[in-house]
Design a protein around this ligand. Structure first.
Ligand SMILES: *[C@@H]1O[C@H](CO)[C@@H](O)[C@H](O)[C@H]1NC(C)=O
Length: 269
């Protein structure tokens, strides 16, 4: 079962959706990443890691997360951020946004229920990788009650950068569903005992943070210029081939799949 699913997921992640009925900026962002050699290479690297099998039913989570940190650290920010914050008007786009970084490996699991947020928080505080990133996120996305709109001026870029920096750490956040742009790490505060308040404060950095919410929403404003150049179909022949294949609505699923080895798997070999 898993071996059937993986190629389909690769197809979804590496190519656009074959029938592009509604505008879907997450697909546009994926196409733009595909057209950029460095973005495509780093994304292929994390997809391969995150879809890998470790123990039965498990995945190589540490390697998956490391590859994700590399993607956001070394990829072109305008492209990696477009994948993470693509503005969505419907569930298909938002579901794709939620799936962007293979959350089944990097975000949730291995247990079916989320742990107490104290677990990722404690792990992060003891991690040289995670701790400075969490501090940067706290500082960059912090509300500023003394300011007129409640957030720091010009906060959006640094807040989004700091948020992206957490992806691939012990406190990897993600969108909680495909009906909103709300985000949270994979945890809750149900079983946090006498540290309940500490737990809620930490979780609230993501779930009750109007400056973070606004920064994610504001990415919309920077969108058109971000991808304008990237989506020029004359930019390179391989990319225009991808554009043709994803725009051709009459294309059968089977022929789409038969093109897959040529178009998408080549960089994996
Ligand atoms: C949105 O999420 C729900 C619940 O997880 C799921 O059943 C549904 O298929 C998702 N919608 C899309 C378009 O993927």
């Amino acid at each position: 079962m898993a071996s059937c699913l993986a190629p389909a997921l690769l197809l979804l992640l590496l190519l656009g959706s074959p029938t592009n009925v509604a505008p879907n900026r997450c697909v546009d962002a994926a196409d733009a990443c595909t057209a950029d050699a460095r973005c495509q290479r780093l994304r292929t690297a994390y997809v391969v890691q995150c879809l890998g099998r470790a123990a039965p039913g498990g995945c190589p989570r540490a390697r998956c997360r490391r590859a994700l940190r590399r993607f956001f650290a070394r990829g072109p920010p305008e492209l990696t951020h477009a994948l993470l914050f693509c503005p969505c008007g419907g569930p298909a786009c938002a579901e794709r946004r939620r799936q962007t970084f293979v959350p089944s490996c990097a975000f949730s699991g291995p247990e079916p229920a989320p742990p107490s947020c104290l677990a990722p928080l404690d792990a992060c505080e003891h991690s040289r990788v995670c701790r400075p990133r969490l501090l940067a996120f706290q500082a960059s996305c912090a509300p500023a009650p003394s300011n007129p709109d409640g957030c720091l001026r010009d906060q959006v870029p640094s807040c989004l950068r700091a948020y992206a920096g957490l992806v691939g750490t012990a406190v990897t956040p993600n969108y909680v569903d495909n009906g909103s742009a709300r985000v949270a790490p994979w945890c809750d505060c149900g079983a946090s005992g006498n540290r309940r308040e500490e737990c809620e404060v930490f979780r609230g950095l993501f779930t009750r943070n109007r400056c973070l919410d606004r920064a994610i929403q504001d990415f919309d404003g920077g969108w058109p210029s971000v991808l304008h150049d990237q989506l020029d179909p004359h930019q390179d022949p391989e990319h225009s081939l991808l554009q043709v294949s994803s725009a051709d609505a009459s294309l059968e699923g089977s022929s789409m799949l038969s093109m897959l080895p040529v178009l998408a798997l080549q960089p994996l070999l």
